[in-house]
Design a protein around this ligand. Sequence first.
Ligand SMILES: [Zn+2]
Length: 318
Amino acid sequence: MLRLHRRGQGAAALCLLVVGLYGLGGAGTLRAQMPGSASPILQGDAVKRVSDHVYVIMGFPNVEFVVGNGATLVVDTGMGERNGATVWRAAQKLARPNSNFYLTTTHFHPEHASGAQAFPPSTILIRPVAQQGEMDLHGAEFIERFRGMSAVNKELLQDVTLRRADVAFDTELHLDLGGVTVRLFWLGPAHTTGDELIFVEPDSALLPGDIVMSKLVPNMPTPEASPKNWLAILDMLEPLHPRYVVPDHGELGDGSLIGRERSFLADLQQRALELKRGGTPVEDAGRQLTTEFQGKYPDWGNTPGIANVVRRVYAESQ
Ligand SMILES: [Zn+2]
């Protein structure tokens, strides 16, 4: 495993064909949840162009492609081998002749990362060290959890082999795809410990994984999720003023999605802190704020996630 550190080594990052063997450090997490109830079967013929170099298949989740003159980067795989194969076929159609292929995953949850085995071994899989560690610890457990959610999940997730990264980076890695530079970065835990974000520089396109969604309550299924850090990350993303934001769940938008998500999360954090200071037990606060925020933000989805956010806010403020 080739392990890269910080920027600076970005230009060298294209020499990623060197695949050594490195152990990756562990990182904690646990339980998950599925945002929304969309079909987990991706439609490979529904590829949509977002900007000069960025394409997307809208689905569960949205899967993105960044196409350069010499290489194509695929962002997320869909759930299981069948979806991974759909995404791989779409990537081949989009790619220029004789391209190299890179694959990265925004976090280790099965709908984002469990289709990697459908890609040929020559595809270079890149992810943050923290994400690989989290997958090593909890990947198999999440596959089982997702298999139990529905018959279709069970089928999609049979015989999954969780592929490990060929390249793992600590905080940031630059890729030159040929006429397109892409920045992959990790800013600490938010939705999971290993959340990765991607910025396609010439297009001013941000691919934020689950960190910025479109009118969906932020998902904080595990104790490692952090409202505080999530807000700090949103503050770091805002100055990018991306022209395009391509969330992994929900509709596409522009930089205003970041501020909208921030306002919602800051509002919920503040109300939860008020209730905590007033002595309201955490589960009561979860119920109360679910009703309150459903009224206040009637067009936001994933409202069962509100109680989880409240739990994390309570835990963080101790
Ligand atoms: Zn997720």
